[in-house]
Design a protein around this ligand. Structure first.
Ligand code: MLT
Length: 268
């Protein structure tokens, strides 16, 4: 189920399970494909589920570049699909940074997009203050190690219910963050700081689209995601109770049901 796919000089580690229409799950930052553990086998019954560790993350090779942009991740995914001999359009489901990458994939590889699912993400660019914060963290992580980001970020990723008890999913997420190479974290942070504002382009999205957000998401808020959904014609919008930024990991059944309904009926 896990295979290595060579993309340029990098070997991507890719979960590939099931047959049928390709359903691509792209993780957030600084995580790996295991954040989709509640979706992988559930959707592999009906789809070919492809869930890579992005360049630099999980079991894929670390990034050595100073900055790695969202369009570079998107190009890597297009090449990965070619290597997997997938030549039909995919359903692209991305969470947070995975959603920023989905937008660049849609922009630059449009014929390969069948449907879009945006989870806990946004289409706006960073404010100058947020971009500066990212560059500060990038330098700090290279100096002090990945623990610096794990400590600061964990509490913002999950909703109250997930954080209220010792939770194996939260502990596993912290472990993934701590084991990510500092150079990868720094390069992706700088890449996110440089991402373009995509709000004005959302009206051109012509494929069926689902927008999903955890009601307690502190990073991509319900209001932000609602305005993203409103800017896309006929996008379906689904809010998930008792979940934060990691809604698919926190409430897999509810998110899976939203995805299933969307895939069965298309947009609104
Ligand atoms: C993510 O979950 O991918 C990050 O929160 C994205 C970000 O830092 O903007």
């Amino acid at each position: 189920m896990i295979r290595k796919v060579q993309v340029g000089s990098v070997a991507l580690s890719v979960h590939d399970e099931g047959t049928g229409i390709p359903l691509l799950f792209v993780h957030g930052f600084p995580l790996d494909h295991t954040m989709w553990q509640g979706q992988l086998s559930a959707f592999a019954k009906d789809y070919r589920v492809i869930a890579p560790d992005l360049t630099g993350f999980g079991k894929s090779n670390p990034l050595t570049e100073n900055e790695y942009r969202m369009e570079q991740f998107a190009d890597d995914l297009a090449e990965m699909l070619r290597q997997l001999q997938i030549d039909e359009p995919v359903i692209f489901c991305g969470l947070s940074m995975g959603g920023y990458i989905a937008l660049q994939f849609w922009r630059n590889h449009r014929p390969f997009v069948r449907q879009l699912i945006f989870c806990d993400t946004k289409a706006t660019a960073d404010t100058e203050e947020i971009a500066r914060g990212r560059r500060y963290i990038a330098n700090q992580v290279v100096r002090e190690g990945s623990g610096a980001i794990a400590k600061g970020m964990l509490g913002r990723l999950f909703g109250k219910e997930s954080m209220s008890v010792p939770n194996p999913v939260v502990a596993a997420t912290e472990e993934v963050m701590r084991s990510t190479a500092p150079t990868s974290i720094a390069a992706a942070q700088r890449g996110m700081a440089a991402r373009p504002d995509m709000m004005a382009e959302l009206s051109q999205i012509a494929v069926p689209t689902l927008v999903v957000v955890g009601e307690e998401d502190a990073i991509s808020t319900v209001a932000e995601m609602e305005s993203m959904a409103n800017a896309i014609s006929n996008a379906r919008f689904q809010r998930i109770d008792n979940a934060g930024h990691m809604a698919p990991l926190e409430q897999p059944e509810k998110v899976n049901q939203a995805i299933r309904e969307f895939l069965a009926h298309g947009s609104v």
